[in-house]
Design a protein around this ligand. Structure first.
Ligand SMILES: Cc1ncc(COP(=O)(O)O)c(C=O)c1O
Length: 383
């Protein structure tokens, strides 16, 4: 069958259908060599010299990601943070950058501290408001607009196409942290984005057993070459075994993300009008900020992440997390197991998370078990 006509879930399930030509194996070998033989005439015709620059263990996972995101190329990194920070390090001191006020907290901290001290002019705005973006863009000075949608930990939604339109007219590139949407639900390059970033630690791998990051580029241009050089020189590369595990995880990406999204929708609807819950934050609820944009931008579900605000404030929220059984009290997201955490405790000073907020990562367990467990935990917290 013509490979270009295959639907993305078929591409993912067979990891592009590659086989190892030497052995006819349908899963790839794990290449661990740190170095490669030079030809007698001093050339490297294999295209590989040293594993900090490149590694055959990356090839298949990068090809799958480029295909799923409809990009020109992809690059694996040691973590989501290694991938994200490479994008900013490819800029020059003095460049103006716009980032959202609501975003993954560790990257926000890095931007506020390291990136600013290194000379980037980082400005945080309400990225869900295209008027605020239009006002903040400085034509010719703004080099990058960073979007995260849906965004940690309030799951606010940013209109990628509208933001790209404004940014490109001002001469700025757009990068999207699409960790929560995954290529299953949103493909930012189709909306005009220049770069897509994933903490592959989360849904792409899906089993809470490795850290990884990936960038996908719309074009194999100079900006991309700078990012690849940064990876090769700073050495924030993924290990060979982790690359292999990531590829294995991605084979079930579509099943897992569809299951988690359907369950998250059920959990959100169940607790949306609950006596012990102040509010549920989830883009799949009609009353949610950005629901109309999410309906356009996300296909097949609204993702597996939501937050609930417990009635009774911080103490009730922490007590609820204390009483769960099936949900696991842990940070991170996107694994098979459902996780719960009191987000303000994790993020500390400057967090946009209200003190009564519990962040939920819905896994692939039976959704009725998840709802019953959270019900009893809320009841016990309020007893
Ligand atoms: C949306 C988002 N972006 C980036 C990251 C960073 O990824 P990593 O922990 O793999 O460095 C995370 C991790 O939680 C995340 O949730």
């Amino acid at each position: 069958m013509d490979d270009t006509r295959l639907r993305p879930d078929s591409i993912a399930a067979q990891a592009l259908g590659w086989i190892d030509e030497q052995t006819r194996a349908i899963t790839p070998p794990i290449h661990v060599s740190s170095t490669y033989l030079r030809d007698p005439d001093n050339q490297y015709r294999s295209g590989r010299g040293y594993a900090r620059a490149d590694n055959p263990a990356f090839d298949q996972a990068e090809a799958v990601m480029a295909r799923l995101e409809r990009g020109a190329a992809a690059a694996l990194f040691a973590s989501g943070m290694a991938a994200a920070t490479a994008v900013f390090q490819a800029l020059a001191p003095g460049d103006h950058v716009l980032a959202p006020k609501v975003m993954y907290w560790s990257l926000r901290n890095w931007l506020m501290n390291f990136a600013r001290s290194w000379g980037l002019d980082v400005e945080f705005i309400d990225m869900t408001d295209t008027g605020a973006l239009a006002a903040a863009l400085r034509p010719g000075r703004t080099r990058l607009v960073w979007i995260e949608t849906p965004a940690n930990p309030l799951w606010t939604v940013t209109d990628i196409a509208a933001s790209v339109d404004l940014a490109h007219r001002a001469g700025a590139r757009v990068a999207v942290d699409s960790t929560v949407a995954t290529p299953v639900l949103t493909r930012p390059i189709e909306h005009g984005a220049d770069l897509v970033m994933h903490a592959a630690t989360k849904y792409l791998n899906g089993h809470s057993d490795l850290l990884a990051g990936v960038l996908v580029t719309r074009a194999d241009d100079d900006a991309w070459k700078r990012i690849k050089t940064i990876r090769a020189q700073l050495g924030g590369i993924l290990g060979s075994f982790e690359s292999w595990l990531l590829l294995r995880g991605m084979r079930t990406l579509y099943l897992r993300v569809h299951a988690a999204s359907a369950s998250a929708q059920r959990v959100a609807e169940h607790f949306a009008r609950h006596a012990l819950v102040e509010a549920v934050l989830y883009p799949g609820l009609p009353e949610a900020q950005g629901h109309a944009v999410a309906k356009r931008q996300m296909q097949g579900g609204f993702g597996g992440m939501l937050s609930i605000r417990a009635k009774g404030g911080e103490a009730a929220a922490i007590a609820t997390a204390a009483h769960v059984g099936l949900w696991k009290r842990a940070t991170s997201l996107g694994g098979c197991e459902s996780l719960i955490e009191h987000r303000a405790s994790v993020e500390g000073v400057g967090t946009p998370a209200p003190p009564d907020l519990l962040r939920l990562s819905v896994g692939i367990e039976n959704v009725d078990d998840l709802i019953e467990d959270l019900e009893q935990a809320l009841r016990r917290a309020h007893a």
